[in-house]
Ligand binder design. Structure first.
Ligand code: SAH
Length: 456
């Protein structure tokens, strides 16, 4: 039944912000009707202007702030807030960490799972941490321009300081943009599916400072490539790899399947917990290395790894978890669905002289079912799935193998709590507490580590 909303568009009213959504919007109520307000902090009294009304909720904006919360970050440049790159930046960092802790606790409550969620471990300097950027390239006023899409829009906002990216990457984006301008390389025209350069992707090793520049092009040919390469090398001495990635499709997917090394290496190297990793252009690599080390360390410690442990690393990417724990256990078997990542993982095992880690290509849910049917009995299973979490098949296979411990590293609390509830139904219990770790300061993303153990 469609209920009639008690407010209409453009209506104004005073309200106190009572909550914050996982997207970082403030929540106010008009009678019992929730309205989500951008840039509003719980506890604040505001004059709300209603901007949109649906049958179950509305959206609003702050016309005037009447009382300010101590959780508001007052030192923030308003450009950050409108850019969309840092949707939690209007909260003090301490309030962000509390918000993330509460979010994890809330989803477990909702699943009726009784567990303590520890305070979020944060960063000392929660800015400029991202080691990777994917920046759209479009023409504005006849010029190649780089910037950011506002949430839900496809209009480029020019931008040079991305706040949460490694500042050296921000500088490199401007340098590459200017080189493209110099040689009149056409920016991609999305509407007509014309032009050349769609995206500039840059990765920089946090410890190694090696930089990779990827020009994602619609056309197979990159005009004046030789000049572009020379100019990039001259202006950016950290660059060890320049790659052209061809993506001819009409799609929002950023990278295509073909890479041409225009100059230098086909991967950069960086280290995590003392191990070296070659990272190719198509492979997943954690974007905040400093905090990734905290996550891995926390997970390995909580799992109480032993030299006799046989371990599975599901969703293994380029092998970072496997290879950083390999010295502490008997053997590790990784599974990953992206072929290039599996190749990187094998190469990374070689680079580090690690012989007790193997990697297989496939879907984790299929491979795990196969291994379970083959009678494989690991002691520990690491699970580090993408946002959508696990499947029932994977959980069934994991339970069938009967590991003592399951280590779940999650980037989405909602699917984590859902999946953990399924393990609890099948003879597992949570070992200790859940630990949120802030891998993505200023954004709404929440990472956490949960260890399950088999009940005696
Ligand atoms: N553990 C790695 C990667 C985690 S990200 C690290 O910490 O760096 C999740 C990984 O799962 C990605 O590499 C992605 O390519 C992979 N993936 C996604 N769906 C998968 C599936 N169904 N089976 C196996 N791997 C999958």
């Amino acid at each position: 039944m469609k209920r009639k909303a008690p407010v209409v568009k453009n209506q104004e009213f005073e309200a106190t912000v009572i909550d914050i959504t996982y997207e970082g919007n403030g929540v106010v109520k008009y009678e019992d009707f929730p309205i989500f307000v951008v840039n509003a902090v719980p506890g604040e009294k505001i004059l709300v202007g209603v901007t949109k009304v649906t049958s179950n909720f509305g959206f609003g904006r702050v016309i005037r702030r009447l009382e300010e919360s101590p959780d508001r970050n007052t030192e923030i440049d308003t450009k950050v807030l409108t850019s969309g790159v840092a949707p939690l930046a209007h909260l003090t960092y301490d309030a962000q960490l509390k918000h993330k802790q509460k979010q994890v606790a809330d989803v477990f409550n909702k699943q009726h799972v009784d567990v303590e969620v520890l305070p979020t471990i944060g960063m000392e300097n929660p800015w400029g941490y991202r080691n990777k950027a994917q920046i759209p390239v479009r023409e504005i006023n006849g010029e190649v321009t780089t910037g950011f899409y506002r949430r839900g829009s496809h209009r480029l906002q020019p931008m040079e300081d991305f706040y949460i990216q490694d500042p050296e990457i921000d500088k490199a984006i401007v340098v590459v943009r200017d080189i493209l301008r110099k040689y009149h390389v056409a920016a991609y025209d999305e509407e007509n599916h014309k032009g050349v350069v769609r995206t500039i992707m840059i990765r920089r090793g946090h410890y190694s400072h090696q930089m990779m520049i990827v020009l994602v092009t619609r056309a197979k040919r990159l005009p004046t490539a030789e000049f572009i390469i020379n100019d990039i090398r001259e202006a950016l001495p950290e660059v060890v790899s320049i790659i052209q990635n061809v993506n001819q499709e009409k799609t929002n997917v950023i990278m295509g399947d073909t890479n041409k090394v225009l100059w230098g290496e086909k991967a950069i190297k960086d280290t995590l917990l003392g191990k070296t990793f070659a990272i190719g252009p198509n492979s997943f690599y954690q974007v905040n290395p400093e905090m990734t080390e905290v996550v891995y360390q926390n997970a390995a410690d909580k799992a109480e790894l032993k030299p006799t442990d046989v371990v599975i690393d599901a969703y293994s990417g380029i092998g970072t978890i496997s290879l950083t724990i390999a010295d502490r256990v008997k053997s590790v078997l990784g599974v990953e669905v992206v072929p290039e990542a599996v190749d990187d993982a094998k190469r990374n095992a070689d680079i580090n002289g690690i012989q007790n880690a193997k990697f297989e290509l496939g879907k984790a849910e299929d491979k795990m079912a196969e291994w379970a049917a083959d009678g494989l009995k690991p002691d520990v299973i690491f699970l580090d799935p993408p946002r959508k979490g696990l499947t029932q098949e994977l959980i069934d296979a994991a339970v069938e193998m009967g590991p003592d411990r399951v280590v779940y590293i999650s980037c989405n609390p909602a699917t984590l709590a859902r999946d953990v509830a399924l393990f609890l139904e099948q003879g597992y219990q949570i070992k200790g507490d859940v630990q949120p770790i802030d891998q993505f300061p200023q954004t709404t993303h929440v990472e956490s580590v949960t260890v399950l153990e088999r009940k005696a």
